[in-house]
Design a binder for this molecule. Sequence first.
Ligand SMILES: NC(=O)c1ccc[n+]([C@@H]2O[C@H](COP(=O)([O-])OP(=O)(O)OC[C@H]3O[C@@H](n4cnc5c(N)ncnc54)[C@H](O)[C@@H]3O)[C@@H](O)[C@H]2O)c1
Length: 387
Amino acid sequence: MSGEIGVGLVGYKFMGRTHSNAYRQVSAFFPEVKLRPILRAICGRDEAGVSAAAAQFGWASYETDWKTLVARDDIGLVDISTPGSSHAPIAIAAAAAGKHIICEKPLANTLAEARQMAKAARDAGVINMVMFNYRRVPAVQLAKRLIDSGRLGKIYHWRAVYLQDWIMDPNFPLVWRLQKDVAGSGTLGDLGAHIIDLARMLVGEITEVTGLTETFIKQRPVLAETVGGLGAKAGTEMGEVTVDDAALFLARFENGALGSFEVTRFAKGWANGNQFEVNGSKGSLRFNLERLNELQLYLDEDPDVAGWRTINVTNGEAHPYMANWWPAGHIIGYEHTFTHAVFDFLNGVADGVSPAPNFDDGVRCQAVLEAVERSAGSRQWVEPEYE
Ligand SMILES: NC(=O)c1ccc[n+]([C@@H]2O[C@H](COP(=O)([O-])OP(=O)(O)OC[C@H]3O[C@@H](n4cnc5c(N)ncnc54)[C@H](O)[C@@H]3O)[C@@H](O)[C@H]2O)c1
């Protein structure tokens, strides 16, 4: 370890907790990290809430205005863990102030905003990354190795679903994730962005899509409080849901593979069912986030032993990131993926290279999201506008 960097984190709820934990864990478990993060300030609009979060998660100070945080000289890394509508203004200001940036996914609420953010980071020469943390599940990295090394042969199919069920009750309130002006879109940008990013990493670029979206419950009780997380309390007045509850699309990849994607918050029984399967000419693999230490693999083998196997991806000698945790078989969890991402990002800052997925990857993901929305509107096949 050769130096340190002051971190300022905007947002202190769900992602604020996961990112705080990652900054606290990274140098303890990855002592080879090239820059040690110092938890300088956390930011939120509610002083009582953010000061409690600062104390709970170990931040040295707090701010109630992100502009003050971005302007601080003792902060070199700005982490954006707020809803999508604030990503662009914070990132553009942070880039102008010369700060390196981690931004939560999806990069922005629109393709135009995402492009502006990527340009701002490029012009300022700051290191940037989008927090598509599922890339850094060891089993997903193993899947990438197997595909890239040709063990699966030519890839024909990508099949992914991301299934949740937390808003099926019609009385569930109109939280920010159900408001287009704050969230950008519904399941498409929230869940679809993750599986588009995984598809881009594992299979390649998407050349065209055809999709459909649906909002099953069009009116919901507005919040009794103005700010609400997943456990928010509803009032009696009704308001309009302005995002999709579910989205499905088909895709063609540049390499000839075909993809199917399905995301929904109406799949009863699924809390966080992020799953994908890849079929190649010599084998197949599949992954389910709710069993994230495992990768299932089928390879062409002698017929008497052919069959799906389940690999426990926890062997430090064979599997990415695992040498820094526990002995083989001692499983890890959701929070570790953020520590891995922060580790790679801090090394990226030290080396002067933005680790994937950087803001340009975020723009390409956003272009696919935007193409699906256009396709759902026009009922036509649509090509993502990457340029
Ligand atoms: N990588 C993942 O797996 C993952 C999972 C969940 C959410 N996310 C993303 O993280 C982001 C935040 O989601 P969340 O679940 O943490 O939401 P949340 O509602 O739990 O927390 C949002 C936080 O942002 C703060 N905030 C909102 N507007 C602000 C502003 N203008 N200035 C300062 N603070 C502000 C809120 O006070 C709150 O602390 C979203 O972009 C979401 O898509 C990513």
